[in-house]
Design a protein around this ligand. Structure first.
Ligand code: UT7
Length: 327
């Protein structure tokens, strides 16, 4: 492996479906089901004010392909330049083929490897880390790494403890080979014994739905675990890169709950204004949340080329991971 070969993000893109659903809209919908919630409760406990829901006929690939096109345009690349597609999603269009191959076709290209990454809300950091490894070994030169989700399809709108938290969206980056780093280090982890605290315990079997294909979460257990592992993996990735928390210009965390994001920043002694926050407008978009937040920050000129970013994800599995990079 060439030690002078690195990977670098050369473009970002994102897409949110047009339908914006505020907390008040959701509270009114839940009231018709005899459930009580409020804007005050959702904002105070999570920071979320609104989320976007995709139209019923749209799947993750429809959102993902638009984000991918925006990222390619930002990188000055054409679909024909892409030689690897990884899509992080837990809400694929179909059981198979992968959403990545569906996006490949929608981009009008063929031949390059394309596959999905299933690590729930950690999916994007997993996908970015794998794409980085493939680029550094010479297996790819220009990768599209996409997070795309339609979580509204797996929400139980009779469970107020979960349905107010999630939204739909997509984000993407173009990751290219470079003689300059780029991605400085990445660390990934999983522990399957926590399966039941965050899961969609259903599947298809014999042409029937088996189990319950709706999201279930023990919020407090997830919260407690998330705060601990995010701090650990942040320190681990900094150490691997020979950097310290003082070198971080921006924390771009998984957008699940503002209290978890602020807690992670506090532990790293990062001021809250160094945290990229989009959860208030997007809700938790699972694997899409980090690239969506990154693209919004880049496009509004908040995050700039040359700055050091810590990307961190945590989610079902339990999975967690971090990527430290120079933009
Ligand atoms: O993407 C994967 C990562 N996921 C996460 O990071 C989620 C982590 N967990 C969390 O973000 C938080 O635990 C939640 C936002 C899910 C919940 O916040 P909390 O502060 O842990 O609330 P809680 O579960 O302790 O519930 C407090 C109260 C309960 O009522 P009682 O038992 O105190 O009377 C709940 O029934 O709030 C009630 N409640 C609600 N009230 C109004 C729960 N959901 C709602 C709701 N509206 N939507």
């Amino acid at each position: 492996m060439d030690p002078q070969r690195f990977s670098r993000i050369t473009g970002t893109g994102s897409y949110l479906p047009a339908r914006r659903v505020t907390n008040a809209d959701l509270a009114a919908e839940l009231a018709t089901r005899g459930l009580e919630t409020s804007d005050e409760w959702i904002v105070e406990r999570t920071g979320i004010r609104a989320r976007h829901f995709a139209a019923p006929e749209k799947g993750s690939s429809d959102l993902g392909v638009i984000a991918a096109r925006h990222a390619l345009e930002a990188a000055g690349r054409l679909p024909e330049d892409v030689d690897l597609i990884i899509v992080a999603t837990s809400t694929p269009d179909m059981v198979f083929p992968s959403t990545a191959t569906i996006i490949q076709r929608k981009l009008g290209i063929a031949g390059c490897p394309a596959f999905d990454m299933q690590a729930v809300c950690s999916g994007f950091v997993y996908a970015l880390s794998v794409a980085d490894s493939m680029i550094r070994t010479g297996a790819a030169n220009c990768a599209l790494v996409i997070g795309a989700e339609v979580f509204s399809r797996i929400l139980d709108f009779n469970d107020r403890t979960t349905c107010v938290l999630f939204g739909d969206g997509a984000g993407a980056v173009v990751l290219e080979s470079s003689t300059e780093p780029g991605i400085l280090a990445s660390k990934l982890h999983a522990d399957g014994k926590y399966r039941d605290i965050l899961c969609v315990p259903g599947t298809v079997s014999g042409g029937q739905i088996s189990g319950v294909p709706l999201l279930k979460m023990d919020g407090q257990a997830v919260f407690k675990l998330a705060v601990g592992v995010l701090d650990e993996v942040a320190r681990e990735v900094l150490e691997a890169a020979g950097r310290s928390a003082a070198d971080i210009d921006w924390l771009v965390p998984h957008q699940a709950n503002i209290r978890i994001m602020q807690g992670t920043a506090r532990k790293l002694r990062l001021p809250p204004e160094r945290v990229v926050v989009t959860v208030h407008e997007h809700g938790n978009t699972s694997a899409a949340s980090i690239p969506l937040a990154l693209d919004h920050a880049v496009r509004k000129g908040q995050v700039k080329k040359g700055e050091t970013l810590l990307l961190e994800g945590v989610g079902g599995g339990f999975t967690w991971g971090a990527v430290l990079l120079d933009l």
